[in-house]
Design a protein around this ligand. Structure first.
Ligand code: AMP
Length: 389
């Protein structure tokens, strides 16, 4: 996730810049001012409460703001990220934002403050008032809004300065120049983030070949627990022999062993852009392990993808593979193949369902040529990568 807050006095250009940023970074836009105006237009209880305060340019109570913010964030928890405009405006709201971000296992990545003088703000808002239809865009109320900003909102910057995510930009420059500066900050922030993809799908859905191709295309480290285990078998290590026996009975390898191998791989890989996980997590327990591993490495899952292929086609594909030199030790007979498909259904499908509720899972049609499927998956991940690769 990428979460940005635009900060600055009324008239600083937050709304204008937001329009560019939401498209460019595929963010969900949250303007508390817009939400409040909508509530007023609908004459909701919340809107009626806020109306008289907005009319005089005061700040609406934190109680009202927390309600609308919580509703909007949790209703859009699958978004790529959020862009906050006009929030947080008080110290309390800064704490509220922090709490809500933690709840979503994410954080605010940068707070960008558009710096303009009060005179510029007044001029711009008076100009906007000619067409905006906003009754609070008149001089007396503008002055009051700026006073509220100076006294209650400006001190909030200290909260973020302490966290090292505060950036100041000269908001008096042209729209294009301000936009370029914001993008520079955001892209730098993005480049620090690891892009982690979890690739799900039944055995035979093409996860392995697609996963490798994606890793190459997007310059990611490919982590396929099955391949790592096979390596051990090939090397004929003690662990390898143990694994071989489990495979031949169609059973899963112990979590402890898998975790050890993944930890080793994560530690060994330096300067990577991110990871693509294939064949892990396979069980609910492993999904908690992955969450923990990601957190330990200061990162999180960016995208979850499931390749969908009808069961008969899966059996066909696995059966065909068993007759080639690519035959895996676990698909040498039909009964073993069926057992693996069942394992996936019983143990891994609940993991996908869990992730779907938490972050949203992108379903990809796995039928068609290799290139067609790769193209579909690439499109799904491209948005997150477009500014980095
Ligand atoms: P804006 O569209 O951001 O200029 O907001 C218009 C008005 O809505 C402000 O002058 C406040 O009265 C109210 N408002 C918007 N966001 C907030 C907030 N985060 N906290 C308190 N009041 C807000």
């Amino acid at each position: 996730m990428l979460n940005i807050a635009l900060f600055g006095p009324p008239g600083a250009g937050k709304g204008t810049q937001s329009k560019f940023l939401i498209d460019e970074y595929n963010l969900h836009y949250i303007s508390t001012g817009d939400i409040l105006r909508k509530e007023i237009a609908e004459q909701s209880a919340l809107g009626l409460e806020a109306q008289s305060i907005i009319a005089v340019g005061g700040l609406v109570s934190d109680e009202i703001i927390v309600q609308i913010i919580e509703k909007t964030i949790t209703g859009n928890r699958h978004a790529e990220g959020f862009l906050f405009d006009g929030f947080p405006r008080t110290y309390i709201q800064a704490y509220i934002l922090e709490g809500l971000m933690i709840k979503l296992h994410t954080k605010l990545d940068c707070l960008i403050s558009l710096d303009v003088t009060e005179d510029v703000s007044v001029q711009r808002l008076l100009e906007r008032g000619k067409t905006s239809g906003r009754s609070d865009d008149n001089e007396t109320i503008i002055r009051n809004r700026l006073k509220e900003y100076r006294e209650k909102t400006l001190p909030v910057l200290n909260f973020f300065k302490d966290k090292g995510i505060y950036h100041k930009i000269n908001g008096v420059d042209t729209i294009e120049k301000v936009n370029t500066q914001i993008r520079k900050i955001v892209n730098k922030e993005l480049s620090k983030k690891l892009l982690n993809i979890v690739l799900f799908g039944y055995p035979g859905s093409g996860r392995g070949s697609q996963g490798k191709a994606l890793a190459k295309k997007f310059n990611l480290e490919y982590i396929a627990t099955g391949d790592m285990l096979n390596e051990e078998i090939k090397k004929g290590t003690a662990i390898g022999n143990e694994i071989k026996e489990l495979y031949e009975n169609g059973n899963l390898v112990s979590d402890e062993l898998v975790v050890r191998l993944i930890e080793k791989k994560l530690q060994e890989s330096k300067d990577v852009r991110g990871y693509i996980f294939k064949g892990f997590p396979r069980t609910l327990v492993q999904s908690y392990i992955l969450d923990g591993l990601m957190q330990k490495h200061g990162s999180s899952i960016s995208k979850i993808i499931e390749i969908e292929v009808p069961t008969l086609e899966l059996i066909n594909r696995l059966d065909a593979r068993s007759k080639t030199e690519n035959c895996m030790p676990y698909d040498t007979s039909t009964s073993r193949i069926i057992k693996r498909l069942k394992e996936h259904e019983e143990k891994t499908i609940p993991v996908i369902e869990k992730y779907n509720k938490l972050h949203g899972v992108i379903k990809i049609n796995g039928m068609g040529s290799f290139e067609e499927v790769l193209d579909r998956i690439s499109k799904a991940v491209e948005h997150s990568f477009k500014d980095i690769t």
